[in-house]
Design a protein around this ligand. Sequence first.
Ligand SMILES: *Cc1c(COP(=O)(O)O)cnc(C)c1O
Length: 380
Amino acid sequence: MNAINETISFIKEQYKTENPIPLHTPYFGGNEKKYLIETIDSTYVSSVGAYVDQFELMMENITQTSKTVAVVNGTAAIQVALRLIGVKTGDEVLTQALTFVATANAIAYQNATPVFLDVDLDTMGLSPKAVEIFLDEFGDLRQDGCYNKKTGKKISACLPMHTFGFPVHLIELIEICNKWKIPVVEDAAESLGSKYKGKSTGSFGKLGTFSFNGNKIVTCGGGGAIVTNDLKLGQKGKYLTTTAKIPHPYEFVHDEMGYNFRMPNLNAALACAQLEQLDDFLQNKRKLANEYKTFFESNGIIFRTETPDTEANYWLMCIELENKSERDLFLKSTNKNNVMTRPIWKLMYRLPMYSNCQRDEQLNAEFLEDRIVNIPSSVR
Ligand SMILES: *Cc1c(COP(=O)(O)O)cnc(C)c1O
């Protein structure tokens, strides 16, 4: 009880307020208004415009990839990335059950089925070991890829998610997936600015996806991005998300079923102004993370920190309580006292639409599900 009260006071001191403290609020301290007004004055508020192009260049620069496609949100980014990598009706995609529902939904939009494998305790993201164990038991390597011995279906992608900005063990995961001819798409929605061995998350897989929703580290109201080092795939992504139109000065010719998943220029203007501040946001959050770390060391609650070889963006910071009842007590007291906290997501196979999907034992995911709580993490 004492540790909880101390935590409440500490968080209120950090944010210097007695008002409700949210988990994560956007911070508009740069050129946001300027760029938005410019955009309105230019009349290019919609699906094409200079800020869309600039946003794509900035993302290529930040993630050190050769092609970025700006899209309407992070969920659409995953859906299109899966289509680009060849996920088709009836296929299966390996992913984690400990994730936000959009990861699983994007798989279902391709009429494919998620297979839920366990996470690592240290990263809270898809475990290379769990993938290896699963494939050793169920993998059937054929000429055209990997099949699931149990279902007979093709496993056409692996979709790890970097939980709260903590990178998964990417090198090991990609090595195993390569061995089994399974392409990797990274759901990096939460990990813009996070690095693994000095390289940006999202740039390791064949494709990576980001979200710029209102609660993410950088927001543009709503938006997403697909990044890749495969120029051809990137160009195909741009084409599919812009109605699959063949370039022509005045005729409308579309030769595939595409999408209108474009990021409006108005949103891109906001995104550019926000991306200019990414380094400041990262520094600001790292400072708060260090303060939390020192504080929690003295009061006996575990504050989750980045793993060796990684740099986390500390998007949503989190603590690990002793057990479920301690967690529930913490959630109740903090929320009652104007400090917003919330538990990690319910595992995907507890949701009705994904309850019949194949999965492994989920020992780590269930451990974390009972104990992990997010605490206020906004840029101050
Ligand atoms: C936010 C988020 C998404 C989806 O992003 P939207 O822009 O809200 O569609 C996908 N996956 C994860 C893990 C997320 O946190």
